[in-house]
Unconditional design. Structure first.
Ligand SMILES: C[S@@+](CC[C@H](N)C(=O)[O-])C[C@H]1O[C@@H](n2cnc3c(N)ncnc32)[C@H](O)[C@@H]1O
Length: 368
């Protein structure tokens, strides 16, 4: 069953699912905040934090048992090359991180969600908690997990306004992310106009996670659905979702939220930046007339160095050698091979032209 909201207990529901069946899990479990009494703002009004029943546990042992049970269930249903993200605050993330490793997950990153608009520490008794931590892990050390590296670079901006695509000029994404706490119109309200859920996560954060660590058509599961933010991100980006939530009310509003989402085909959704270029051979480019048997190969601003053979190799110093090793030898470089496409030029219309540019022309011609 995919693209559905399951109203039930996540451990029971996950234990019913087939092993190795989901590609990505995002889990935002109860943090066990241990808030006692009513939190007061400085001016005396009550602060509406998370004191929900679903966040209450009797003891560290019972929280650890619960955490181990749901993490084991996640581990079983995750595909061998799948990955999991778990978010938590300082109250729980150390417990969770330790159990994740006991269960068999392999940690690949921890990410700081630096809140642009954190809740103040009203009494001024300690630092305000202005971040939460996300742990990203794979099913095992050898998992070949999805990481859309170039898509992550495209998304490496601080504000939505900057999101026009840059064509690869942005920097590598780091492990500190800045998003605002979910507020304003993004925050779901019930029919009476009250805040529906105390811990709704920012959609932009979930979109980032889904975009960089899954592919279109993948199955994304969230065992603690809440307002269904993960499902919304998944649907918007063309992934399938399975959302589990024990509370009927959250399910009802969450389903409505999901029904209003439409898939939008964008380069980010398709992870187009990460698509591998079409593989082509020198030999086929000679047959197609993009290169010519017997033509001279040059380095930038050099005399002719080698000549092209019909099999795509270069004739150099009396031998036929592949163009990559030839580039290394002719340049006197110690490496066995250089990427010949970065070094060789041929004459076109009297001008030295990079063979890499000619290969691009051929790829384009072939795709049309
Ligand atoms: C931290 S909230 C998740 C919020 C969600 N990420 C969002 O953006 O709205 C945790 C949710 O897990 C649900 N929950 C807690 N224990 C559960 C269980 N054993 N099975 C299913 N849902 C559970 C709670 O009702 C709550 O809505």
């Amino acid at each position: 069953m995919i693209n559905c909201v399951i109203n039930g207990d996540s451990i029971v529901e996950m234990n019913r699912m087939p092993a190795n069946s989901v590609d990505l899990i995002f889990a935002d479990p109860p943090y066990w905040m241990r808030t006692e009494g009513v939190l007061k703002r400085v001016e005396g009004t009550d602060f509406d934090g998370c004191d929900d029943d679903w966040d209450k546990f009797d003891s560290l042992e019972s929280y650890e048992k619960f955490t181990e049970d749901w993490l084991r269930a996640c581990h079983r249903i995750l595909k061998p090359n799948g990955s999991i993200w778990v978010i938590g605050g300082m109250q729980c993330i150390y417990t969770i991180g330790s159990i994740m490793q006991n269960v068999g997950f392999w940690l690949i990153n921890d990410v700081i969600w630096h809140k642009k608009n954190p809740t103040p520490n009203f009494m001024g008794t300690r630092l305000n908690n202005s971040h939460e931590t996300l742990i990203w892990a794979t099913k095992s050390k050898t998992s070949k997990y999805t990481f859309n590296y170039k898509t992550a670079k495209e998304l490496n901006v601080d504000s939505v306004e900057e999101k026009a695509y840059s064509n690869g000029t942005r920097k590598q994404m780091g492990s500190v992310w800045r998003f605002s706490v979910c507020s304003g119109t993004e925050r779901l309200k019930d029919d009476e106009g009250n805040k529906l859920h105390s811990t709704q996560k920012p959609l932009e954060m979930l979109e980032r996670i889904v975009a960089i660590s899954s592919s279109k058509g993948d199955i994304v599961l969230d065992p603690f659905g809440g307002t269904m933010t993960t499902g919304v991100a998944a649907k918007k980006l063309g992934r399938n979702y399975i959302m589990i939530e024990q509370d009927k009310k959250y399910c009802k509003y969450g389903e409505k939220r999901l029904s209003e989402v439409v898939y939008t085909e964008t380069p980010i959704a398709l992870a187009q930046y990460d698509e591998k270029p079409l593989k082509v051979t020198m030999e086929e480019m000679i047959i197609a007339g993009f290169f010519f048997e017997g033509e001279s190969f040059y380095f930038r601003n050099s005399e002719p160095i080698a000549t092209l053979c019909s099999n795509g190799k270069l004739f150099y110093n009396g031998n036929e050698v592949d163009m990559h090793s030839c580039a290394a030898t002719a340049r006197g470089v110690k490496a066995n091979r250089l990427n010949g496409f970065d070094y060789w030029y041929v004459l076109r219309n009297g001008k030295l032209t990079s063979i890499s540019d000619i290969r691009e022309e051929y790829r384009l011609a072939k795709q049309q």
